[in-house]
Design a protein around this ligand. Structure first.
Ligand code: NAP
Ligand code: G4F
Length: 385
């Protein structure tokens, strides 16, 4: 018999990659999805099985981390060997708009899972992974950040996750639960939510090159992140739960880059050189040069001439909108995952340029599809925050 896992947040970026990974390993995966007025399972539709199929390896349950009885019932029904608690209101800026909801879901939601496992008497059977975050370091006390770096959260999201981190440690120490924190630094992918900075950039790049959008409006271009690929990071989650002893681990690439450089590298991947000038709200990014052959290889021949005409008129493609600034910012994240490398044997396959290549390639395909739809006479829409 294979193992059984329960994933909260299975419809999210990490949940989708993790579900696929565990199913390939022979797990039966249960996932909690929220009821919504539109279908929200796009990221896992390729794994979906008709509920009438016997011995499915993916089972979805309606639920919500803010509903204790629902959480307990689902855990009782599926008696998982492993719980991956990935469900969260995960957008830092939005957490300033919905702080109470964020605390309830991201903080108390974690308590609901730990307490359910304890009360159901399955602590010997069930291991728990808690999705902790580099946002805990906030106003960083040292660079790089390790498992021993003090926390200094800077948002309602980070404060809620701080509670979740410590309640996980507390249940481990007080009741002997096999409960571990993965302190994951930013990780992205082609299925990253559209309003996180990496995906906002790669989507806008594709739209600008194909003539679907003029300008990319950004917030703080100077903040630095340690960006990895979600496909690597979900493997670390799995490894953490395979250890005999529960523990806490930093998962990061060890390379930190600012948002400006993420933009530069993304455009460089398709042969476009971007240069930035001006300061603060007046800063802009403009196209300086195009490597025609690289552009044709990555994007295709069709759009090169239109882009050249466009930049002769106006080369500015990045502007700053202070509306995207946060009341308190996390300026500099850089992780040291030596412990994970040594104890888990975790080493990422992707570097930053590999991540960018994956995301830009995917978004170019997506936007070409939008272009076909538009050329066919149908309307397409952009997403705005
Ligand atoms: P994500 O794409 O935003 O996915 C979040 C998931 O949580 C979605 O499935 C969402 O459901 C679900 N969810 C939201 N509110 C919920 C609630 N009240 N009850 C149950 N489920 C709820 O996030 P992600 O990037 O995959 O991240 C996974 C986890 O790791 C999150 O806890 C995040 O805070 C944490 N984390 C992420 C990163 C990163 O860089 N990606 C780094 C460190 C930690 P819907 O699909 O219905 O919205
Ligand atoms: O992509 P972001 O929104 O991610 P952030 O805030 O670092 O949070 C993500 O990573 C955390 C791990 O450290 C997770 F816990 C969390 O759940 C989430 O996945 O923003 C990255 C940086 C920020 O400094 C932000 O101010 O990019 C800056 N930024 C600049 N312009 C922007 C924008 N961020 C967004 N979302 N949109 C902008 O236009």
């Amino acid at each position: 018999m294979g193992k059984t896992a329960l994933i909260t947040g299975i419809t999210g970026q990490d949940g989708a990659y993790l579900a696929e990974f565990l199913i390939k390993k022979g797990y039966t995966v249960h996932g909690i999805k929220r009821r919504s007025s539109l279908l929200n399972t796009d990221r896992i539709d390729h794994l979906y099985q008709d509920p009438h199929v016997k011995e499915r390896n993916l089972v979805l349950h309606y639920g919500d981390l803010t509903d204790s009885m629902n959480v307990t019932r689902i855990i009782q029904e599926c008696r998982p060997d492993e719980i991956y608690n990935l469900g969260a209101m995960s957008h830092v800026k939005v957490s300033f708009d919905v702080p109470e909801y964020t605390a309830n879901t991201d903080g108390i939601g974690t308590l609901r899972i730990l307490e359910s496992v304890r009360l159901l008497g399955i602590a010997d059977h069930t291991r728990i992974y808690q999705a902790s975050t580099s946002e805990l370091y906030g106003l960083v006390r040292e660079i790089p950040q390790t498992e021993n770096t003090p926390f200094c959260p800077r948002s309602p999201y980070a404060c809620a996750k701080l509670y979740a981190y410590w309640i996980t440690v507390n249940y481990r120490e007080a009741y002997g639960l096999h409960a571990s924190n993965g302190i994951l630094f930013n990780h992205e992918s082609p299925v990253r939510g559209e309003t996180f900075v990496s995906r906002k950039i790669t989507r806008a790049l594709a739209r600008i090159l194909l003539g679907l959008q003029d300008v990319l409006f950004m917030g703080n271009l100077s903040s630095r992140r340690d960006w990895g690929h979600a496909k690597d990071y979900i493997k670390a989650m799995y490894l953490i739960l395979q250890q005999d002893k529960p523990d806490d681990y930093v998962i990061a690439t060890g390379v930190s880059t600012d948002v400006r450089d993420f933009i530069r590298r993304s455009f460089a991947f398709v042969g476009i050189e971007i240069s930035f000038s001006g300061e603060k709200e007046k800063e802009t990014g403009s196209i300086k040069a195009i490597n025609d052959q690289l552009f044709i290889d990555k994007v295709g021949n069709n759009h090169l001439e239109n882009l050249k005409i466009r930049i002769r008129n106006n080369p500015v493609i990045v502007k700053v909108d202070p509306g995207y600034y946060r009341p308190t910012e996390v300026d500099y994240l850089l992780g040291d995952s030596s412990k994970a490398k040594e104890k888990l044997g975790w080493i990422p396959d992707y570097d930053l340029d590999g991540l960018i290549s994956d995301m830009v390639t995917s978004d170019l395909l997506l936007m070409k599809r939008e272009n076909y739809i538009r050329d066919g006479g149908f309307s397409t829409f952009n997403y705005f925050e």
